[in-house]
Design a protein around this ligand. Structure first.
Ligand code: ADP
Ligand code: GLC
Length: 491
């Protein structure tokens, strides 16, 4: 298509999050690390993302280049013209375009608590203005690669928008599902406000139980759909795992692929991590003991030889907090310790703070987003807990493995693809299947037994994880192949 064979393929990644500039969870890490990996595979990848509050200051402080495109990004909405500035920068060799409009992107948090026709506006503007970027930047992508519901309006616009549908022949789109639980539901009528034709509201387009479903629109309209692990790709095509879209996804099955996430292994590297009090490697683990000591002291605990479990992540139902909270009382009766870092649902934050007050000798909880403390927790723990109800991929368990902190996980989605149970061949962690506090506690018991009674096996397990390759080397070529195949097909 368009003679791309004779030149590099061009792909614009459009994403609401982009590490290290803005981050809520693993999506940011993926968009921060996949494009550089693809560039080293010869794909001309660029990123289009909002300049959320503080992002441009960070860019300037860190000395990244910054120039302004002469043309503004514009969108008409309810008889108003929104006009944003597009800044061009470069991160890890990847050209980046930041969309800047403080009235939309000046918020403290990226995602609104309630999605409404007003709060969707930042995501709508990001998605639609991406389609005008080729003109403004004089760089025309072959493919728009969109990430999660916030960028779903882009593919939907190419299918149903009064203005943009005329460009649909020009571009291919890839849509990556990082989390099917968030779909972007809006009153059906509101779709008309942003220029979608009435046929967007039909059952075979964006209609979903009388709502407009942004994600469903993108799934139907995109040239290809990917998700972030092979097991999750299977799970979401079922009634149980499809969050209401299982039928749609299974009907679209031939265009759904599961590609396992990689990690930025230079950033997540215990041998060179500047945020740790001491560095270490598979060959010399002494530094890990110092990190453990430091983590104990942060929690106000006396260090001993009983196991220390850590949990870093969003405190959301997805992550298994409805199993963890009821398990804490029993945990407090053992000689185990459990260190939590995260933010999320007020119900879980409160529950953990209460547990920490009740059982200060075994439960410690830090509510907040704290990058250095996250590094210390990954390095200082003996086990990493991730009892997720569902998990599209999960990067935390990969980071934990790399830092020699043995994962204890529920076998679902990407956790099933990356953590194999000990002592099975290739085992690198401890797993359980049934979603109950009892099953979690029995996996933790197994972990504790291993740690206190089978030190040699425990150390072997640590080293196995630390020796695995979690880089993009295996997965970036799969994205490249997918790009080639959709351009070749020309659909
Ligand atoms: P998800 O994207 O579902 O939140 P992932 O495991 O894919 O889960 O990625 C989570 C990422 O966010 C990891 O890099 C993790 O270290 C980071 N993270 C989550 N919560 C915090 C926090 N409170 N402080 C620092 N980093 C965090
Ligand atoms: C999502 C998922 C997580 C995944 C991340 C990056 O937030 O919850 O499992 O690792 O996206 O793809």
């Amino acid at each position: 298509m368009n003679g791309h064979n004779s030149r590099q393929m061009r792909v614009l990644h459009v994403s609401p999050e982009f590490a290290p500039f803005s981050k809520v969870g693993g999506l940011a890490d993926v968009v921060g690390s996949l494009p550089p990996a693809l560039r080293s595979q010869g794909v001309d990848c660029r990123v289009y993302t909002p300049a959320w509050k503080g992002v441009l200051d960070y860019v300037r402080d860190k000395g990244y280049p910054l120039t302004r495109l002469s043309r503004k990004a514009e969108m008409v909405f309810r008889w108003n013209i929104l006009r944003g500035t597009v800044w061009k920068s470069c991160s890890e060799g990847v050209p980046v375009y930041f969309l800047d409009l403080p009235s939309l992107f000046g918020t403290e948090t990226i995602y609104p608590r309630n999605l409404t026709p007003d709060t969707v506006l930042p995501f709508l503007f990001l998605s639609l203005s991406a389609l005008d970027l080729p003109e403004a930047s004089r760089w025309r992508p072959d493919i728009f690669h969109c990430h999660d519901w916030g960028t779903a309006p882009l593919s939907a616009a190419l299918a149903w928008h009064h203005h943009y549908r005329y460009q649909s022949e020009r571009y291919r789109t890839v849509f990556t599902i990082h989390n099917l639980a968030h779909q972007g539901l809006l009153p059906l009528d509101s779709l008309r406000e942003w220029g979608l034709a009435d046929d967007a509201g039909r059952i075979d387009s964006m209609e979903f139980f009388s709502y407009g479903n942004l994600l469903k629109g993108a799934l139907l309209a995109s040239s290809a759909i990917t998700t972030v692990s092979p097991t999750y790709a299977r799970e979401i095509q079922t009634r149980g795992g499809g969050e209401g879209l299982g039928g749609v996804l299974s009907a679209l099955g031939p265009k759904v692929t599961g590609i396992l996430n990689g990690l930025d292994v230079n950033y997540w590297n215990p041998a060179a991590d500047p945020l740790l009090p001491a560095r270490y490697s598979r060959e010399d683990m002494a530094g890990k003991a110092l990190c453990r000591k430091e983590l104990f002291s942060r929690a106000g605990w006396e260090e001993d030889n009983h196991p220390l479990f850590v949990s870093v992540g969003r405190m959301a139902e997805q992550k298994g907090f409805s199993l963890l909270l009821p398990a804490l009382e029993e945990i407090s009766q053992k000689n185990w310790r459990i260190f939590f870092l995260g933010t999320g649902e007020p119900e879980y934050e409160k529950g953990l703070e209460e547990a920490a007050r009740r059982w200060p000798g075994s439960v410690h909880s830090v509510i907040g987003y704290d990058e250095p403390l996250a590094h210390l927790a990954y390095a200082g723990g003996d086990f990493f807990l991730m009892p997720s109800r569902f998990e599209p991929c999960g990067l935390s368990q990969l980071i934990a493995l790399r830092y020699g902190t043995v994962p204890v996980v529920r076998s679902t989605g990407g956790l099933a693809d990356t953590v194999r149970p000990f002592p099975e061949e290739g085992g690198n962690g401890i797993t359980f299947s049934v979603y109950t506090p009892e099953a979690l506690l029995s996996a933790m018991d197994e972990a504790a037994g291993l740690f206190t009674e089978q030190k040699a096996e425990y150390t072997e397990l640590q080293k196995k994880g630390m020796g695995q390759d979690f880089s993009w080397d295996a997965s970036a070529p799969l994205y490249k192949e997918l790009y080639v195949s959709i351009l070749r097909k020309g659909n």
